[in-house]
Design a protein around this ligand. Structure first.
Ligand SMILES: Nc1ncnc2c1ncn2[C@@H]1O[C@H](COP(=O)(O)OP(=O)(O)OP(=O)(O)O)[C@@H](O)[C@H]1O
Length: 815
């Protein structure tokens, strides 16, 4: 019967093709059939559709065969398929479909031996995935037959495919169509990781007909709301998914078949546990859940209890030991704090053709190092990636660095987990990782997927003992190096040169200094992180900062002794203040730290010279016109940004500066009044104007008044016109920015435009629509490319003061 159908179809196609070229009259008819898009291309498409209709029954058979295999060969519960040897489990003739494969699927080592749809197999082959990795071998046999799992594997071992394949297969076997709504949700801790998962899904699932959406913060939520209900698979960060659950009209997950929690430990670490609980409450209990977590903390175990049903525990680690990639060489470098930047610069200079990721403890350190290294121009591409960057910029950097063959990426731990940068040869940890998990995640950015890689971890002498003990506990193999500081390229003097020339850089250096100390102070493992053992003075100099800052802890500390120190220091400060007032104007560019207003700081940095107040500096600074305005904006922004972290601030020793001799700043209203009163051209009503005694005003006086009024009117008209013009422009630019914001990248993927190659739906109309939408989206993308820089520029100048400082630096670089 199928054969006949196929024959008819072929004949139809032949007829149509013939008609199109043979007769004018018939051509008109054809164009009706082809919705006015008759062309050779169209006919080819039709042929394709007819071809795809062919396997409809085959597909139904295919599902049946696969379901039989999944049932018959299912691995025993509680077993780890990794233990199976492929040869011993060769299928015998008893299996109903034994001719089509060589081994039972729990013993499969290549994708071809797994009971997967042809569509997935094709996607895998085209994406060049042939052999299963360990975590895939261990987990896929359980997940494919519908079991919940808790998966643990070392970083870079291929967890993404281990859950993307079951997602695609489950929906396919359920004959999922667009009308069935959301069938699977993958939750990821970070936006970058979500994007990466989305990419793998698009690549491996490209022959399926599901729609998939990326729901992550920093994108246009209104646009997402319009499309989210038409999605089958959602890749989301928890916050954004919950937002849709709360706000999107008609958002419905009641059909959900599968939930994946990737990097569950990280999701919890990032404070998403409440969101996660709310999400779980909104999902149907009858579903399959796959949970992947590199570490098995108590909160992960709680989550497992809450969300998994009879899970299989899949681990490809040695018991309780998290391992590093096999082909990774690990080196520990012991070096004093003040030599870190010299060491890093020396490394960069000697590895210009390598691809390197450098980890720092905080965003502010990265901003400083990135900017100063760019000025030093080492001869390789430099990148920065941290949480204080706009989402858009982060994505651009992520993509750019992925494409590079060589370059250095300065990153915080935002890049440590899950992100798959290809071909990274070196990982340098400039600041000691928080714990062993972070260490493993960071070094896991290199030597991925059996490639070779090198990791250098810089430790301070005070950090060495406790950190190496942790490494040994995890059976890490490493070498210890103690480089000779004399042999390193010194950049200290260049840095102080830059800082004296560029006030913005000095500001970044100060921020970098404080944020590093803050990061050390905040660590709970005091055996490794001991702020009192740091040579603060030399560290400050190594960043190019002059002067002799002192450091101590503040009032909010629980430690009474520390409070005592503060009291002591405050007394000293008072003394210094009275001394300092005598030589107030001596040196405005001394290394007295730029004052930070606000909370009771716990780090107090003092200077022998009396520093000047903010207002004083603003008036006395040589480059006041350049810096003061931007610095104020920057500070204002950062003060807001860091409300929660302001437990440590740089505070001037003479905090209560007497500003009586500083010109008072007039309020806006006062300024206006003053300007008005001093304007000779303005018409003023003077109450004291004496009237002539006879009550009649002289004509000359009246004329004078009239002409002044006329002139005033004309001026007012011009002013009013200008005001209106400005308002109009403002409105227009607001509208434009809204339009541009709404024009963000589409976070939707139709693997195959619905209807085109869909074995279940082959309506011509749908195909037509999908074609158009494809074209449109291409156009939109092009259009978007054009507006991208405008969007970011606008944001940088108006919203993002932080970027402003960097753009000033960039501008300075060009000059
Ligand atoms: N079966 C496979 N064959 C070849 N390459 C694979 C296979 N599975 C995954 N990979 C590749 O291995 C790399 C790491 O995969 P993936 O990002 O999924 O690892 P991961 O375990 O999720 O790592 P992380 O813990 O860092 O997130 C990727 O480049 C991926 O394309």
């Amino acid at each position: 019967m199928d054969k006949n159908k196929q024959q008819n179809n072929d004949e139809n196609i032949k007829k149509l093709t013939k008609n199109k070229y043979d007769s004018k009259k018939e051509k008109t008819d054809n164009s009706k059939i082809f919705h006015n898009r008759s062309s050779k291309k169209r006919i080819e498409k039709l042929k394709k559709i007819e071809h795809s209709k062919k396997p409809l029954t085959i597909k139904l058979n295919e599902i049946e065969i696969i379901e039989n295999r999944l049932k018959e060969e299912a691995p025993a519960r509680g077993t780890n398929p990794l233990a199976n040897s492929p040869s011993t489990n060769a299928t015998n003739a008893t299996s109903s479909s034994s001719q089509e494969y060589k081994v039972d699927y729990p013993s499969a080592t290549i994708f071809k031996d797994l009971p997967l749809s042809q569509l997935t197999q094709k996607g895998l082959t085209e994406s060049k995935f042939y052999k299963l990795t360990d975590i895939q071998r261990a987990s896929l046999p359980h997940t494919l037959c519908g079991r919940d799992i808790l998966g643990a594997a070392r970083t870079g071992s291929g967890k993404t495919l281990a859950f993307i394949i079951p997602v695609l297969e489950t929906l396919w076997r359920n004959r999922w169509s667009r009308n069935d709504g959301i069938g699977a949700i993958v939750l990821s801790p970070t936006r970058e990781l979500a994007i990466q998962i989305f990419d793998v899904l698009k690549s491996v699932g490209k022959h399926h007909t599901f729609s998939a959406g990326l729901l992550i913060g920093g994108r246009n939520v209104t646009q997402e709301k319009e499309k989210v209900n038409a999605m089958n698979i959602l890749i989301a960060t928890p916050g954004r998914l919950l937002q849709h659950m709360d706000e999107t009209y008609g958002f419905d997950c009641s059909n959900l078949k599968m939930l994946v929690l990737d990097e569950a430990d990280r999701i919890l670490d990032l404070g998403f546990s409440k969101s996660l609980n709310s999400i779980l409450e909104n999902l149907p209990k009858q579903r399959q859940t796959l949970l992947f977590s590199a570490t098995q903390t108590k909160s992960v175990r709680d989550l497992v209890r809450l969300s998994l049903n009879e899970p299989e525990y899949i681990s490809v680690y040695e018991k309780d030991i998290i391992t590093a990639p096999q082909n990774l060489t690990q080196t520990i470098c012991i070096i004093p704090l003040e030599m870190k930047l010299n060491m890093l610069y020396s490394f960069v200079k000697t590895h210009l053709t390598s691809k390197v990721i450098v980890f720092f403890a905080s965003c502010k350190q990265i901003r400083f190092v990135y900017e100063t290294f760019r000025l030093l121009n080492p001869g390789t591409s430099l990148f920065q990636l941290h949480g204080k960057m706009k989402q858009w910029t982060r994505l651009e950097v992520f993509e750019d660095f992925c494409k590079k063959k060589a370059g250095v990426l300065f990153a915080t731990d935002i890049a440590a987990r899950g992100l798959d940068f290809p071909e990274v040869e070196w990982v340098i940890q400039v600041d000691c990782p928080d714990d062993i998990e972070t260490y493993i995640h960071r070094i896991g950015r290199t030597a991925r997927n059996n490639a070779t890689g090198q990791a250098i971890t810089i430790l301070l002498p005070s950090e060495k003992e406790a950190m190496t003990a942790l490494l040994e506990k995890q059976k890490m193999k490493y070498e210890v190096l103690e480089p000779n500081p004399e042999k390193l390229v010194s950049i200290d003097s260049q840095l102080s040169g830059f800082l004296s020339e560029k006030t913005e850089l000095k500001y970044l250096a100060q921020k970098s200094f404080v944020s590093y100390l803050r990061s050390v102070y905040r660590q709970s493992n005091k055996e490794i992180f001991n702020i009192e053992k740091l040579n603060i003075e030399d560290f400050s100099k190594s960043l190019g900062l002059l002067g002799k800052p002192q450091i101590s802890f503040g009032k909010s500390s629980a430690d009474k002794n520390k409070s005592f120190i503060v009291a002591d220091i405050q007394k000293k400060l008072q003394d210094q203040k009275s001394k300092g007032e005598k030589d107030k104007d001596s040196d405005i560019d001394s290394d007295a730290e730029l004052p930070e207003e606000g909370s009771d700081g716990e780090i107090v940095i003092t200077n022998n010279k009396r520093p000047l107040s903010n207002i004083e500096k603003t008036f006395l600074r040589k480059n006041a016109n350049v810096f003061s305005e931007n610095y104020q904006k920057l500070r204002h922004k950062e003060d807001n940004e860091e409300d929660d972290e302001d437990f440590m601030t740089i505070k001037r020793k003479d905090h209560n500066v007497d500003t009586s001799d500083v010109p008072e700043k007039l309020s806006r209203k006062d300024q206006k009044e003053k300007k008005y009163l001093n304007d000779p051209n303005k018409l003023k009503f003077q109450e004291s104007t004496a009237l002539p005694t006879n009550g009649v005003l002289p004509t000359s006086y009246l004329e004078k008044i009239r002409s002044e009024v006329k002139q005033g009117d004309a001026e007012d008209k011009i002013l009013q016109k200008e005001r209106l013009k400005r308002r109009k422009l403002k409105l227009q630019s607001k509208e434009l920015s809204q339009y541009k914001d709404g024009d963000e990248e589409e976070s939707v993927a139709y693997f195959v435009p619905p209807g085109e190659d869909d074995p279940y739906e082959n309506s011509d109309d749908e195909e037509e629509n999908s074609d158009n939408s494809e074209d449109e989206s291409e156009e939109e993308e092009e259009e978007e490319e054009k507006v991208k820089p405008q969007i970011s520029n606008k944001k940088r100048t108006i919203e993002d003061q932080e970027e402003l400082a960097l753009s000033i630096l960039k501008k300075n670089r060009l000059n």
